[in-house]
Design a protein around this ligand. Structure first.
Ligand SMILES: [Zn+2]
Length: 298
């Protein structure tokens, strides 16, 4: 069923929970994630990477995920992750994305605000069918925007080992948080607090002092990207400090690739059994998603 991302995450925080987002590069993974959400009875977010969305197949994938989300027995959001290209954003919303990370984190403070506002204006001007449907019951903007303040090191789609302290220079400045959220109109805010995209070299060094200061002033739910490799107890601690959405990508890819590595030979021997191999892919993604949903949601 449909849900507004901001309402979903706020409701989760109110009951002491957080909602995971899983990057889905394909329909098998997305289906497995939604099955895991239904199995656990918890809401979930399907993330689509910008490089995926920039292709024709990626736009068809967004439409397929939209159908999957609408048919689910639990709330599911379809989010375009880390996007700054207005044309891709508008097209993705037309295809069925109901939330977007308008990512101006590589820009200066004012330019970042301007980008988020530009995305909102472009979506308002486009006003396609995805904007005007029933999910906007309270008169607010139908497409929910997340923004990112502070820069995250690493690559979203490929995992390289990174020191948590490479992040130090790009940490979110707590003093800017309120002003940024108010002026940009972003409904969720991704923070840089020592988290990185990809793999952590050694233990992640989360700057709890920074998150505490952000949490004290933030008036929108916070989002933690690069959660792969951050221990569960730290994710639960972040949850108590206003982090209501946690993004997973690398860990899910690692689990799927390990399953494929272990199972491909047997399925090749079993009459080139691609269907069987996809079954293992699906089961692996479902297991990972269910365990993560339970950790954060219960
Ligand atoms: Zn991210």
């Amino acid at each position: 069923m449909r849900a507004r991302l901001d309402e979903l995450v706020t409701a989760a925080l109110q009951r002491g929970a957080a909602v995971p987002a899983f990057t889905c590069y394909d329909f098998t993974t997305a289906t497995a994630v939604v099955e895991a959400a239904e199995e656990t009875g918890l809401p979930v977010i399907l993330n689509v990477a910008p490089k995926t969305a920039a292709t024709r197949a990626g736009q068809r994938l967004i439409a397929a995920l939209r159908g999957l989300a609408d048919g689910a027995s639990v709330p599911v959001c379809v989010q375009l992750d880390h996007a700054s290209d207005l044309a891709v954003i508008v097209e993705s919303v037309r295809s069925g994305a109901d939330c977007v990370l308008a990512d101006g984190s590589s820009l200066g403070f004012e330019e970042n605000i301007a980008l988020v506002r530009e995305v909102r204006a472009a979506l308002d001007a486009d006003g396609g069918p995805a904007h005007s449907d029933a999910m906007d019951a309270d008169g607010g903007p139908a497409v929910v925007l997340e923004a990112e303040l502070g820069g995250l090191a690493g690559d979203e789609d490929k995992a390289f080992a990174l020191d948590s302290d490479v992040q130090a220079a790009g940490l979110t400045d707590p003093a800017q948080v309120r002003d940024f959220a108010e002026r940009s109109g972003a409904q969720l805010l991704a923070v840089a607090i020592g988290n990185v995209h990809g793999k952590y070299k050694g233990a992640p060094q989360i700057r709890w002092d920074v998150l505490e200061r952000i949490s004290a002033v933030a008036n929108v739910p916070l989002v933690l990207h690069g959660a792969s490799g951050i221990p569960a107890d730290e994710l639960l601690k972040a949850r108590t400090l206003g982090v209501g959405k946690v993004n997973f990508n690398t860990e899910l890819r690692t689990a799927i690739l390990a399953a494929l590595e272990a199972e491909t030979a047997a399925h090749r021997a079993d009459g080139e059994n691609l269907q069987g191999l996809l079954g293992r892919w699906s089961a692996t993604a479902r297991e990972f998603a269910a365990a993560t949903l339970r950790t954060l949601g219960e």
